[in-house]
Design a protein around this ligand. Structure first.
Ligand SMILES: [Ca+2]
Ligand SMILES: [Ca+2]
Length: 126
């Protein structure tokens, strides 16, 4: 909730007109009118080859911003396509992508990651 301060003046029709001024604080509730946007259009990560049995190693982090306030800016990250047979997992809140399997050298994976606002209004934001 943001608030805006207004100064309101009332005056009568007398001669001279008499007036009185008061301050009114108006609280403006946020509309969920912004979709989250990633800081980069695409991310490129180069990671070391990992031995078999390597799990939960943080690889890199994606980051999206939503200019709304409070719950309207609460972002859920998810991997849309390119999980690499369960190789990648993303933390829904931090955007940290971790490996769930080992990696061989000279392989490349393309992931599509989505950022959606948690609240019901805009679950399709990209
Ligand atoms: Ca939003
Ligand atoms: Ca807004």
């Amino acid at each position: 909730m943001r608030s805006v301060c207004l100064q309101v003046t009332v005056s009568d029709n007398g001669t001279p007109p008499l007036s009185s001024t008061t301050r009114v604080v108006v609280s403006v509730s946020d509309e969920n009118d912004n979709a989250p946007a990633f800081t980069e259009r695409s991310y490129r990560a180069r990671i070391p080859e990992m031995p078999p049995g390597t799990y939960d190693v943080p690889l890199f982090r994606v980051l999206a911003h939503d200019p709304d306030v409070g719950a309207n800016a609460d972002i859920d990250y998810s991997i849309k396509t390119g999980r690499g047979n369960g190789r990648f997992k993303i933390h829904p809140k931090t955007g940290v992508i971790t490996s769930q399997k080992d990696f061989e050298a000279d392989t490349q994976y393309d992931l599509t990651v989505g950022a959606a606002v948690t609240s019901a209004y805009s679950s399709s934001g990209q």
